[in-house]
Design a protein around this ligand. Structure first.
Ligand code: ZN
Length: 165
C-alpha cells in the first residue's frame, strides 16, 4: 500500500514538473524580452488551456503579471468567470494582487516554483490563498522545480545590476 502511494506521488510529481517546465518556457520568454522572468500556465483536465509571461514593461501595466494574464486568458477560453476545476502553475509564489485574483476566480490548485519572501502571498509575506475569512481556499503547493525557477530570476537581476554599473 505504502509503495503504491509512493509510486503515485512520484508520478504526479513528474506531471507537476512537466507543467512547470511549460511555465518555465514562458518565464524564459519574459527573460528574453527583458521582463522580470515569471511564467504561468493554467491546466484543466490534463490540458494547458492558457499560458502567459510577465508583460509589465511591454504593456506599461503594473498588473500585467503572468498569473493575471493567464487567468484572463483561461476564463476567455472557457467562457466562464470561475476556474473551479483548474490548476495554475507559476514559476514564483504569487503576489497579493495575483493571489486575490485567483481567489476571486475560485481556482482549485496553485503550484508554484520558488518562494518569494518579499511579496509572496501564499505564506511568505502573507497568506491570501488560505485565509480563514475569505470564502474560497486554494490548495497550494510550492517548491516545484524551484531551483530552475529561482535561478532564472537571480540571473535576470544579476544581468540587470551589471548593466546599470
Ligand atoms: Zn502577481
Amino acid at each position: 500500500m505504502q509503495e503504491a502511494r509512493d509510486l503515485s506521488f512520484g508520478y504526479s510529481m513528474k506531471l507537476h514538473e512537466q507543467y512547470m517546465r511549460e511555465a518555465l518556457k514562458e518565464a524564459q520568454r519574459a527573460f528574453e524580452e527583458e521582463e522580470v522572468p515569471v511564467g504561468a500556465v493554467v491546466v484543466q483536465e490534463g490540458k494547458i488551456i492558457a499560458r502567459a509571461s510577465n508583460q509589465v514593461e511591454r504593456l506599461k501595466d503594473p498588473t500585467a503579471h503572468a498569473e493575471m494574464l493567464a487567468l484572463t486568458s483561461a476564463t476567455h477560453f472557457l467562457r466562464t468567470k470561475w476556474l473551479k476545476d483548474a490548476s495554475l502553475y507559476v514559476t514564483i509564489e504569487p503576489c497579493s494582487m495575483c493571489a486575490g485574483a485567483l481567489v476571486l476566480a475560485r481556482i482549485k490548485n496553485i503550484y508554484y516554483g520558488a518562494k518569494d519572501p518579499k511579496t509572496g502571498a501564499c505564506g511568505s509575506l502573507t497568506n491570501l490563498v488560505n485565509h480563514k475569512k475569505l470564502n474560497h481556499r486554494i490548495k497550494t503547493q510550492g517548491g516545484i522545480l524551484q531551483e530552475d525557477c529561482a535561478s532564472l530570476l537571480s540571473e535576470f537581476f544579476k544581468k540587470k545590476r551589471h548593466r546599470r554599473n
